[in-house]
Write a protein that binds this ligand. Structure first.
Ligand code: PGA
Length: 251
């Protein structure tokens, strides 16, 4: 299909200055060997974003923030704005990660405001969706993903979808070691692509990369990436050392 392959790593709330430098230095040293059709995107903690982005700037690595508020500026103590993320030099923004949804109570409506703000500030959104364990067990995975896509993409135009990346992350597979099988993931990814085709058209659905996330490691990445509708991965735990993340990037 010729979609681009995106290998992304979410550092979450890990690393301090020295560790962050060690990790980005390791990645910049090894990323040149990543296959040419792949893109690497990392999401460091906001406080290190500018520094890490500067180090990544002469390489194939792109960077993004893990979260932001949707307003440009103002009295929003503790938040970072899209303007600040852009100013750091980053090009991506992770939106709606399950920890934002379930630990911090973010609604689909708030997430949609952030998606719109990303476009206003010329940031590429990576919109995360995915069901909880009880929803998976009661057969509601597709319903949940459809709702999160429909609500998250509200008012986003077909043209804007060219910059969109979707990450399917079943919550029961995040940080648990329980990776969804390539069959389960492929089935949901194909379904999500159908939803995008219904919302826009098939040509749009065909260009949007849909990544899988949830306990991705070097030894399961190749099986996932070989599936037709799995266009990359969003990695948590295994992106915290350069060796393991580069092994995934080259899998
Ligand atoms: P994990 O996290 O790889 O540690 O399961 C994935 C994520 O939350 O993005």
């Amino acid at each position: 299909m010729g979609r681009r392959i995106v290998i992304s790593g979410n550092w979450k709330m890990n690393k301090v200055t020295d560790d962050a430098n060690e990790l980005i230095d390791g990645l910049t040293a090894g990323v040149a060997d990543m296959p040419a059709d792949r893109e690497m995107v990392i999401f460091p903690p906001a406080i290190y974003l500018k520094e890490v982005t500067a180090k990544a700037s002469s390489t194939r690595i792109e960077t993004g923030a893990q979260n932001m508020y949707f307003k440009e500026e103002g009295a929003f103590t503790g938040e970072n704005s899209p303007k600040m993320v852009k100013d750091s030099g980053a090009s991506y923004i992770l939106i709606g990660h399950s920890e934002r949804r379930h630990v911090f109570g973010e609604s689909d409506e708030l997430i949609n405001s952030k998606v719109k703000a990303a476009y206003e500030f010329d940031l590429k959104p990576m919109l995360c969706i995915g069901e909880l364990l009880e929803e998976f067990e009661s057969g509601k995975s597709k319903d949940v993903c459809k709702t999160q896509l429909v609500e998250g993409l509200k008012d986003i135009s077909k043209d804007q979808m060219k910059e969109m990346v979707i990450a399917y992350e079943p919550v029961w597979a995040i940080g648990t070691g329980k990776v969804a099988t390539p069959e389960i993931a492929q089935d949901i990814h194909a379904f999500c692509r159908e939803v995008i085709a219904e919302l826009y058209d098939q040509a749009t659905a065909d260009i949007v990369p849909i990544l899988y996330g949830g306990s991705v490691k070097a030894d399961n990445a190749a099986g996932l990436l070989s599936r037709e509708d799995i266009d990359g991965v969003l990695v948590g735990g295994a992106c915290l050392t350069a060796d393991s993340f580069l092994a995934i990037a080259k899998a």
